[in-house]
Design a binder for this molecule. Sequence first.
Ligand code: UGB
Length: 581
Amino acid sequence: MVEASHSEDTQRALSLLRESNQDQILAEFEKRTAEEQQAFVQQVLHLDKVTPGGLTDYVLRARRFLDDSKNNVNPFDNYKPEIPHGFDLIPGEPLFEEMEELGLQELSKVGFVLIAGGLGERLGYSGIKIDLPVTTVEEDYFYLKFYVQYVKACRERAVALMDPSQDLSDFQVPLCIMVSDDTYDRTVKLLESHNYFDLDRAHLDIVKQENVPALLDNDGKIALVDGQLKAITKPHGHGDVHTLLYQNQVAQKWLKQGKEWMVFIQDTNALALKTIPSVLGVSKKNNWEMNSIAVPRKPGESIGAICRLIDQTDNTKEVVINVEYNQLDPLLKAKWEKGGDVASDKGFSYFPGNTNTLVFKLAEYVENLEKTKGVIPEFVNPKYADEARTTFKAPTRLECMMQDYPKLLQNKGAVGFTTYETWYCFSPVKNNIKDGAVLSAKNMPSFAASQGEHEFFQWTNKMLEKVGVQIEYNTEAEDYNGIKLAFGPKILLDPTFALTMNELKQKFQGVNRISKNSTLILSGKDAQVQDLTLDGFLRVEGSNKATGEVTNTERVELEHSTEADSEVYRIRGFKPKHLTN
Ligand code: UGB
């Protein structure tokens, strides 16, 4: 019986390989032991199951994409780019306040999707990125914890705004985490080791994207691991999230629970969450089905650009969509202006940067998933080793991107974007310290861990200043392996303390001053600060009220890290030094 099913499996796997013209693998198969063959048969059947459209279809699609890529076919050939118009928000301005107030009412109707399938390869970190500290001032304050704190704070605010006679026992702000083969085990372990942060498990979903076969050449030959009868597989890209939310019924479930919005956040951009109340307000006001958070972008910066693309075959059709940075300049040169991605008089590109923080309107999103199953159009991006574009430097694969969602929409007019200044919403941790230093020397954002931590504190310093707190900035920058940063006050603002600018205003009463050497940890919706002069270390939590003059010699200083330090510190070039009284 077992043998019969084995042989059925083998027949099926071999026929898949034949259909997709994998002659070299079929020849290799014959040379291997029965055990190796069986393991490979199971891998082929698994890949057939998890690869969109099945293995044969995948290889056939890949050949078409590879052919177009070899011949330099521009995927935007039928489109003419135009400058897009979105919504600009500046904290402190009346429109910003109006949007935050509007968005606050929507917090009870939101669910969060954390996109965490990527590995920190570019970052030089061997762990999963969501276990990296957002700030080293509190070592266990890692990204996942910060995000969970945000989700909990949203629930708390939403409940405060609800009718107290309502039964709220099952009311939660749901969270879904998308992981991949690379991150699944370690994400679950991280959650388990923190007892799932006491989240209601019925409102926490984990969905897993699968790897797809990597291809050796333009004929779509599947690449094998050196010396083994085993296919090399690679991630299919974060665009899988749409299919997974559909297949796992997450989006549908949230809709049934009365949710109206779904927000995608990335693994290491803590600042994205600062936009949530106001960006929800913008989505609500404009009734947008998709709203991307954008930032001003320097020409040439390695971040996708939001463009308005007019269909040249039918100019009544247009779409507002991300164009990846490697495709932007050629597209603009060919169809927009011969200088390509040039700077405006403000020094920025005319095409704002996409931060991949995305807000979807759930009812229309689910309706669209029912029609399209969330399958995002793919692309291929091989790195060629020769001019004829026939050999690759490394095996490649088809990929898809979450921000390509507008391609699935009929009603393309319902897509918009909201631009904030970069300091307010975007400082992802992606690059290792060397690459970060090269970018920094070119006056570009480094996207290094050191900068991520610096910007996290700068956000709070700037916002507190806007609500009237006197912040003593540090004017002397320190060079951390080529990235120069001037750390002033290190204020860890937990989301439970304040979610909106108005709440921050309410929390800091009277005249408050914070010196540049201070470390201040703020958490809890009932904690309060009034007429505080701080020079030292202070923790304000629970229902504490910090007031008066607080001076101590307790400090968290940052000293240079060395090769002997852990990766967490090596990737940022510094480590904290806790000085006690
Ligand atoms: N991710 C997955 O979950 N699965 C995957 O297979 C791959 C990634 P990157 P990327 O905002 O800075 C995007 O690698 O894709 C997760 C935009 O395309 O950090 O290079 C991963 O864990 C680009 O337009 O980004 O570039 C992470 O959370 C630009 O806006 C997220 O996907 C850029 O992001 C993003 O992955 C940016």
